[in-house]
Design a protein around this ligand. Structure first.
Ligand code: COA
Length: 146
C-alpha cells in the first residue's frame, strides 16, 4: 500500500538512497537530510510502499513563502501519480502553514518535472542562467496559494 507521511529521522538513510537513484548530480547525503529535518523551517514528506521509501519531497518556509528543495520518485515507481501525491501533500501543508506561494527551480531540459509542476498549476515566472554545475539554465516556477 502506498502512503504519504512526514519524513522522520529514521527515514534519512533510505531517503538518501532514493535521492541517489533520482539525482546523479550532487545527490544529498543522509547527513544532508538529517540537517534538513533538524531545521524548524522545513517540511519533508515521503512516499512509501509497504515500508519501502519510494519518493520524497520537501520545502522551506522562507519568510512566509515556500521554497521546494527536492521532489524525487525512484525509477521503478514513476508514472504512477506518486510525485503528484507528494505535490498535493506539500501544497496542503504549505497552505496550512499560511504560506503565500511555492517556488522551485527546475532544469530547462527536465521535461518530466516541467510537465509535473505544470499539471499541478505551477507557472514559469523566471529563469536563472547557468544555475546548475554543468551551467544549464534553471526555470523558476511558482504556484500562488492565496
Ligand atoms: C519528475 C518526477 C518526480 C516525476 O515523478 P512521477 O511519480 O513519475 O510523476 P507522476 O506519475 O505523478 O506524473 C505526474 C505528471 O508529471 C508528468 N510526467 C511525469 N513523468 C513524465 C515523463 N517521463 N515525461 C513526460 N511527462 C512526465 C506528466 O504530466 C504526469 O502526468 P500524467 O501522468 O497525467 O501524464 C520523477 O520523474 C523523478 O524523480 N525524476 C528525477 C528527479 C527530478 O527530476 N525531480 C524534479 C527536480 S525539480
Amino acid at each position: 500500500m502506498i502512503e504519504i507521511r512526514k519524513m522522520e529521522l529514521s527515514d534519512t538513510k533510505a531517503a538518501a538512497q532514493a535521492e541517489k537513484l533520482c539525482f546523479s548530480d550532487n545527490p544529498w547525503s543522509e547527513q544532508a537530510f538529517v540537517n534538513e529535518l533538524n531545521n524548524e523551517l522545513t517540511s519533508y514528506y515521503i512516499a512509501s510502499d509497504n515500508g519501502r521509501i519510494i519518493g520524497y519531497a520537501g520545502f522551506w518556509n522562507v519568510s512566509g513563502e515556500g521554497d521546494i528543495t527536492n521532489v524525487g520518485v525512484v525509477p521503478e515507481y514513476r508514472r504512477r501519480g506518486i510525485a503528484g501525491m507528494l505535490i498535493k501533500k506539500i501544497t496542503d501543508s504549505a497552505r496550512a502553514l499560511g504560506l503565500s506561494s511555492l517556488t522551485l527551480e527546475v532544469r530547462k531540459s527536465n521535461i518530466a518535472a516541467l510537465n509535473l509542476y505544470t499539471k499541478y498549476g505551477f507557472k514559469v515566472v523566471g529563469e536563472r542562467k547557468r544555475y546548475y554545475s554543468n551551467r544549464e539554465d534553471a526555470l523558476l516556477m511558482t504556484l500562488i496559494l492565496e
